[in-house]
Design a protein around this ligand. Structure first.
Ligand code: ZN
Length: 492
């Protein structure tokens, strides 16, 4: 099954490259996880859904994948230049709770939201606080190489010294001269020799509650360090895929490369993959501007951005309709279009499975279609192209079902086998409301009552009321259909 010519866009070269794992048949994949100090952001969900697609497809191709995604529960400061408070400690101080309560609360929230989006859990989900010893060992090692220095209990990575032997900026394309030029001059508050240096260990201020003993001071590790410590521990000194959001390319991933090369003297990662941004109504999402929405607020409809709720499956489908490396804009129109498409696709697959009337071959080349579906995914996990192919099949199925177009047993079997594989296994799209039977029952009972009232109104020739019920329900997305056996309804 692995005999596929998969190519991936490697951020390191900026080119699509044939995917050849370091060990045939096995893939090591590390993805930067969330900093658990607030509810998971919708943009972050897009990143995790993108890597879920990649994980699913690699597994589908038959690779044995070790997928590691960390939880950052310490060390991530407010600003990229190692300044400001620790994000989790700050939240704990404001809420007057333990930092580990903050971590626990938002880790649970993160898992619940990702489960709603039907993402598969990683094989290993390590935490920064669970790997302090490994991080201290790594710092000792970098110090031994002469590529870090200690000042007042803190340890910093010496970027200029590293750049004499290695190349700092090879992933992000930033030039060291420009970095020096663009970085703000030190204000005397920092112990760094040069502004572009980054913290490996920070001495904790007396009031800082998240602290661990080390040879240099009671303190905490720098944010970039945890990913190097944990990826090396679970995937080795060199592994296949490192993923994350585009915004992590610099400085986070650049620093990860520097730390790993400093000790192992070889590139840590063969393929760097980056998922692009999600914008809302054409603008960057940011809490500060109010142009922001939480996943849960979309699912419940409790928000001022969209006039109705959308299910996690529809939002996932919407996200997969764009390539993971393109910027994607979420809006009411876009979600409405995805919702329609999603229902059309699920309905067609259901209809086909029940339609077992075979004839001569219909006008659809299933073997060619399967090849095109795989070609789409083999081209850097191109889910929008795969979905376009799925709709070619939907078009054919609808001809068969509604226009009595012929379908052969072979065509039926191939479609009936491959559609669920592409939709469920690869795209991770499931039918909605599986787990929501209680709500569904309530809806059925409510609509049944309205149908009954409408029938009574019609008997009494009160057509104003009966039309009002039908039209109002239609507005809410409930279509009544009058048939021989009474009235039934469908949801838009
Ligand atoms: Zn990371």
């Amino acid at each position: 099954m692995i005999n596929h010519s998969l190519v991936v866009l490697n951020s390191l070269s900026g080119k699509k490259e044939p995917f050849e794992p370091l060990t045939p048949g096995y893939v090591g994949m590390y993805v930067c996880g969330p900093t658990v100090y607030s509810n998971v952001h919708l943009g972050n969900c897009r990143t995790f859904i993108s890597f879920d697609l990649i994980y699913r497809y690699l597994k589908h191709l038959g690779y044995k994948v070790r997928y590691v995604r960390n939880i950052t529960d310490a060390g991530h400061l407010e600003n990229d230049e190692d300044s400001g408070e620790d994000r989790i400690a700050k939240k704990a101080r404001i809420e007057k709770i333990e930092p580990m309560e903050v971590v626990q609360f938002y880790t649970v929230d993160f898992h619940q939201i990702l489960e709603k989006f039907n993402t598969l859990p990683p094989g290993i989900e390590p935490t920064a606080t669970g790997h302090i010893i490994e991080q201290i060992e790594l710092i000792k090692n970098i110090l031994d190489q002469g590529l870090a220095y200690e000042v007042n209990g803190s340890v910093y990575f010496d970027v200029l010294k590293y750049n004499e032997t290695y190349h700092y900026g090879k992933l992000s394309g930033r030039k060291i001269e420009e970095l020096i030029h663009n970085t703000r001059t030190l204000d005397g508050q920092s112990d760094k020799k040069n502004p572009q240096d980054f913290a490996l260990w920070k001495k904790a201020e007396t009031q800082h509650i998240m602290r661990w003993p080390s040879p240099w001071s009671d303190g905490f590790p720098g944010w970039h360090l945890e990913c190097t410590a944990m990826s090396t521990k679970y995937l080795g000194e060199s592994f296949d895929i490192h993923g994350g959001g585009m915004d992590l390319k610099f400085p986070h991933h650049e620093c990860e490369i520097a730390q790993a090369e400093a000790v192992n003297k070889k590139p840590p990662v063969k393929y760097w993959l980056h998922a692009n941004m999600l914008t809302l109504n054409g603008k960057k999402m940011a809490k500060s501007t109010g142009n922001n929405i939480l996943p849960m607020d979309i699912f419940t409809g409790n928000n001022d951005k969209f006039s109705k709720p959308y299910s996690p499956q529809v939002v996932r489908f919407f996200m997969l309709q764009a390539h993971y490396t393109s910027i994607l804009d979420i809006s009411q129109d876009a979600l409405d279009a995805s919702e329609k498409g999603y229902h059309r696709m699920i309905e067609a697959v259901n209809n086909l499975s029940k339609h077992k009337v075979f004839d001569s071959s219909g006008d659809f080349d299933t073997d060619q279609w399967i090849k095109k579906c795989y070609a789409a995914m083999d081209d850097d996990f191109n889910s929008p192209l795969l979905i376009a192919q799925l709709f070619e099949a939907v078009k054919f199925i609808n001809l068969v079902i509604h226009k009595a177009h012929p379908i052969s047993e072979h065509q039926w079997e191939m479609l009936n086998k491959m559609l669920p594989i592409f939709i469920h296994d690869v795209l991770g799209i499931e039918p909605e409301k599986k787990s929501n039977t209680a709500t569904e029952d309530k809806l059925n009972q409510t609509v049944a009552l309205l149908i009954e009232l409408r029938n009574k109104a019609r008997e009494n020739k009160d057509f104003q009321t009966s039309d009002q019920i039908r039209d109002q329900l239609k507005k809410y997305g409930v279509q009544l259909k009058d048939g021989k056996e009474g009235t039934s309804f469908t949801l838009d």
